[in-house]
Unconditional design. Sequence first.
Length: 247
Amino acid sequence: MTTSSTAPPKPIVLAFATAKGGMGKTTLSVIVASYMHYKMGVKAAILDVDGSQLSVYNQRLREAENLSEEGKLRLMERQEKEGIDAYQILSGYPGDVPKLLKHLPDGTQLVFVDLPGNIEIVGYDLALKEVDLLIVPMETSEYSVTTGFQYLSAIKQIGLLPLTNCWILWNKYKPSRDGAQADQLEEVFQSHGFQCLKSRVPARDSYQDPANRSTLFAMPTPYLRNSGLKDLFSELEDIIQKITPNK
């Protein structure tokens, strides 16, 4: 019996992260991971290393415990017809990320890291060094912009990630309120070497509905219409295809 010396492809590691809470990083992680895994056929996983909360990990436990009979049937049918199981969610602290990445299921292609909002936490730098694509969700409010700018500036100064792999995402966006300001801010960001995604995700109360940000199912199609999320999925897919994972 011979064994291949070729190592399996390393997954792309993506993080929605910033130093300010309430920007939607966890919600975006779940929504995008679920869509990529259940709809696009990309084998995903989430590392929940926001150790003080573990909101994604605990959400999965609640979902599994409270799953209706209809939901159980849907899971069984999906597994039998499409061979798609629920994606893996592992928990820990930021410093555990290098170790957790070694315990992912075979064939994992895309890993989302849900980081704490405090970059001073021990091991945060170790986690960030493993990230291939960093998305910084931001609102146009002064505090959000200042915090996000400082966060990206710190990453630039320390050199934890190349800026070509860092992107700003306008989240909770209202065109009539934020459009002109976002355009002006993008020019400022670009002058400092920071790039912005073309996608802008509107504010939607429905994103907080557990059924719409499930770890077991993709967001229902009706909620994707005019949500900005389909544009985000497509743009991220294009960027991911151009990234070479960290060695």
